[in-house]
Ligand binder design. Structure first.
Ligand code: ARG
Length: 470
């Protein structure tokens, strides 16, 4: 690399009026955000077009200059989209890169676009528009994952597996029921993002640097043109608030936490020790040294990406904490974190939807695991309450002795002869056998939200209606 000049000779073309000399190279380097914020180009140009139309309508800008600006901005957009645009670090950020190119294209009229606005309200507007678009994209991704889960859940509404607490076999459940639990979590994730979208959908444009402007602008007009519900009420708040980004990151983090739990279960279920689930070749990798391996890399990476999401949330929170009003340059670092989080969540959701859609289930292995671990012990206790009228605490104690006996004999609860049961509680009858099987156990859990296959089928239909309707 050639040595960097210590400073550039000319002052900044956009704001350099009061400067005799240009910035040090390292100053340019620390100051520039173009590598990150070029992703705002579409929102930036959209915002500028709305601002331009409003300036024309309010006669702050002549129709002629306005038309030139409009044409120029569209040309800049086309250049960026076709990859022809040359982004320059010396021009700091997306706003000045666009404006400088506009000046090259249409001449001095370009300088009139920045009337009655500042980069402070400009960037706040662009960023809100970007996060709003990101939320809409993520909502679709979440919905796709919900659909994959509901499809699988319907197919496996009656597939019995062990339900766990403490990761110890607890009571039999169905695989479909387990998957629908995630559908509910993802539904709340969508709700949180929708809340965030509702609150962020106000326009900062026209707040100018911090105090508003003396030009007769129409903030309602630009807000409407950009799809915002209304202009933000306070100009200082408009340029200095980033709670919409924090809210987005916290909603994204919670979604990531949900995904990481599902990812972890996939990692667990695909081990030979569990053997409940097989991921497709498309979502597994081999090992360069151990030929037998099928590693669930995608699931592991989804689990890991949650670190990025939470890292972004904590990073931006720390950065915002204690910042005085109004704008401070610290806030330029907000975008990198939000982009990283949105990308990580988007990719994780896509990978998870693919894994779920493709996976196959070993229903025999699941059922076998459910019959071990004395998982129908609660059903015996419930039977003792129902059939013999025992208080539940006593029934629990009696069942505990039955479990110990089965354990000592090295078999399942179903293997115990009636005489052995009666030795523990003489009033037990042959009828108890009816509650010992895992199918009977799950079928009996018919309370609302319970795991009975009939419930699961109904819940899947309900979920389709609640979450997948267009
Ligand atoms: N690149 C800046 C940012 O992302 C734009 C706003 C700059 N404003 C300023 N007064 N320097 O925050």
């Amino acid at each position: 690399m050639p040595p960097r000049p210590r400073k550039s000779k000319t002052a900044n073309a956009m704001w350099g009026g009061r400067f005799a000399a240009g910035p040090a190279a390292v100053m340019q380097q620390i100051n520039a955000s173009i590598d990150v914020d070029k992703r705002l180009y579409a929102q930036d140009i959209r915002g500028s077009l709305a601002h331009c139309e409003m300036l024309i309508r309010r006669k702050i800008l002549s129709a002629k200059d306005g038309a030139a600006i409009r044409r120029g901005l569209r040309r800049v957009l086309a250049e960026i989209e076709s990859g022809k645009f040359r982004f320059q670090t010396a021009l700091e950020d997306i706003h000045m890169n666009v404006e400088a190119r506009l000046a090259e294209l249409i001449g001095p009229a370009a300088g009139r676009l920045h009337t009655a606005r500042s980069r402070n309200d400009q960037v706040a507007t662009d960023f809100r528009l970007w996060v709003r678009d990101a939320i809409d994209g993520l909502d679709q991704r979440l919905r796709n994952l919900q659909r994959a889960l509901i499809d699988k859940a319907e197919r496996h509404a009656g597939s019995v597996m062990p339900g766990f607490t403490h990761l110890q076999p607890a009571q039999p459940v169905t695989f479909g029921h387990h998957l629908l639990a995630y559908v509910e979590m993802l539904g709340r994730d969508r709700g949180r993002l929708a809340d965030c979208r509702r609150r962020l959908n106000e326009s900062p444009l026209g707040a100018a640097a911090l105090a508003g402007t003396s030009f007769p602008i129409d903030r309602v007009m630009t807000a409407k043109a950009l799809g915002f519900d209304r202009p933000m009420a306070n100009s200082l708040d408009a340029v200095s608030s980033r709670d919409f980004a924090l809210e987005f990151l916290s909603a994204a983090s919670v979604a990531g936490i949900h995904l990481s739990r599902l990812a972890d279960e996939l990692v667990l279920w695909t081990t030979p020790q569990f053997g409940f689930v097989r991921l497709s070749d498309a979502y597994t990798t081999g090992s360069s040294i151990m030929p037998q391996k099928r590693n669930p890399d995608a699931a592991e990476l989804v689990r890991a990406k949650t670190g990025r999401l939470l890292g972004s949330l904590v990073g931006l929170s720390v950065m915002m904490k204690g910042l005085p009003l109004a704008y401070s340059k610290d806030m330029q670092e907000d975008k990198e974190r939000v982009f990283a989080a949105a990308d990580a969540l988007d990719l994780s959701l896509a990978a998870m939807a693919g894994m779920i859609a493709d996976l196959t289930v070993d229903t025999d292995a699941m059922r076998r695991a459910a019959t071990g671990g004395f998982s129908t012990a609660t059903d015996i206790a419930d039977w003792l309450v129902r059939a013999l009228g025992l208080p539940f605490r006593e029934a629990h104690h009696v069942t505990g002795r039955i479990v110990r006996l089965a354990e000592e004999r090295g078999g399942t609860l179903e293997d115990l002869p009636l005489a052995a049961l009666q030795a523990i509680e003489p009033r037990i009858t042959r009828a108890v056998a009816g509650v010992l099987g895992v199918e009977r156990s799950v079928a009996s859990r018919t309370s609302y939200g319970g795991t009975a296959p009939a419930n699961v089928r109904k819940a899947a239909r309900e979920a389709r209606r609640r979450y997948l309707r267009a």
